[in-house]
Design a protein around this ligand. Structure first.
Ligand code: ADP
Ligand code: MG
Length: 310
């Protein structure tokens, strides 16, 4: 693994294709030792941004750099950065092993490295088969193997979970988390948050080419406040019981229906149960509503605030 700085920096990046403004004044950083999800709906500019990082597209404005340098200035790019971009073409008549050998040769690496990466992605048994007959999931594994050949400290993967079944997604999660644990920088794009939700530490969310949010997944989850549904035959008494003065900020209580139901944010289910118990208020339901990150993601990217950094 290379020891050069492994931070990826996107700085006021813009890219126009004629009238299409694919990326708009986008800035964010990607740190080593973490898996970062680069998220946005189809057409939001993810692939274009990654192509700018890899020197395949020239920015209209701003920069995309790797350890402070543009890709083209890296001394041994194939050993510094491993990339798997969307629809990366394989020669259909070439075997998986043959394809990886071409890459290993170009990087001056021994043939044994090819078998190592075939093992890493679980393609040992298909090594001698032609890539043209591979399923989408197998092609994803082969792209990943190709990205890993040079043992790079930085991995840039465009929609790697696309076409994988749930088992494949779980396998990918283990692999990517392991690579990050070794101190590598791992950037994965996806148009479906739920595909990578259990894999990523950080998220960068874009919509229509502009940043909507960047930060840890934990912060994003915290922003979609957890709600607890409570029902009691004595709803008014329950509301009074929940508002204990001097015990932190007051909870928010919504009263969505007339059958004694309340939706509470700002208190955990156990807080609510304890306060109701102390006040002698009978409860008929106490349910923590699942924190639906996918809905939050859809909300954020639908209303995308161009240029916003909230
Ligand atoms: N080479 C290109 N020429 C013209 N338009 C392009 C080109 N590449 C991407 N686009 C447009 O830029 C926008 C962003 O595309 P893309 O970066 O592929 O988004 P994503 O990867 O998030 O789906 C889309 O409107 C797409 O049609
Ligand atoms: Mg794309």
């Amino acid at each position: 693994m290379s020891t050069i700085a492994q931070t990826l920096t996107i700085d006021h990046l813009s890219k126009r294709f004629g009238k299409v403004h694919a990326v708009r004044d986008l800035s964010f950083t990607v740190e080593p030792g973490r898996v970062t999800g680069f998220l946005g709906p189809n057409g939001s500019g993810k692939t274009t941004t990654l192509r700018c990082l890899l020197g395949l597209v020239r920015p209209s404005d701003g920069t995309a750099s790797i350890g402070g340098q543009p890709y083209r200035d890296l001394d041994h790019p194939g050993r510094v950065v491993g990339a798997a971009l969307e629809a990366s073409g394989f020669h259909p008549g070439r075997t998986a092993r043959g394809h990886l050998r071409v890459i290993a040769d170009a990087l001056d690496l021994p043939k044994t490295r090819v078998d190592e990466v075939l093992g890493l992605v679980g393609l040992e048994d298909a090594a001698g088969r032609k890539a043209g007959g591979f399923s989408l999931g197998m092609r994803q594994r082969l792209s990943l193997a190709a990205a890993l050949v040079g043992d790079p400290g930085i991995l840039i993967l465009d929609e790697p979970a696309n076409g994988l079944d749930p088992e494949g997604i779980a396998w990918l999660r283990g692999l990517l988390r392991g690579l990050a644990r070794e101190g590598r920088t791992v950037l994965v794009s996806s148009h479906v948050l739920s595909e990578v939700q259990q894999t990523v530490d950080d998220v960068v969310i874009i919509s229509k080419g502009a940043l909507v949010r960047a930060g840890s997944l934990a912060d994003l989850a915290g922003n979609g406040a957890v709600r607890v549904r409570v029902r009691s035959p004595r709803r008014d008494a329950l509301i009074r019981a929940l508002e204990v003065p001097g015990e932190g900020p007051p909870p928010t209580v919504l009263e969505p229906s007339d059958d004694g139901e309340l939706l509470v944010t700002g208190l955990t289910a156990s807080d609510i149960g304890r306060r109701a118990f102390l006040a002698g208020v009978e409860l008929h339901e106490l349910t923590q509503q699942t924190n639906d990150l996918e809905s939050l993601f859809l909300e954020l990217t639908a209303t995308g605030t161009p240029g916003g950094t909230a």
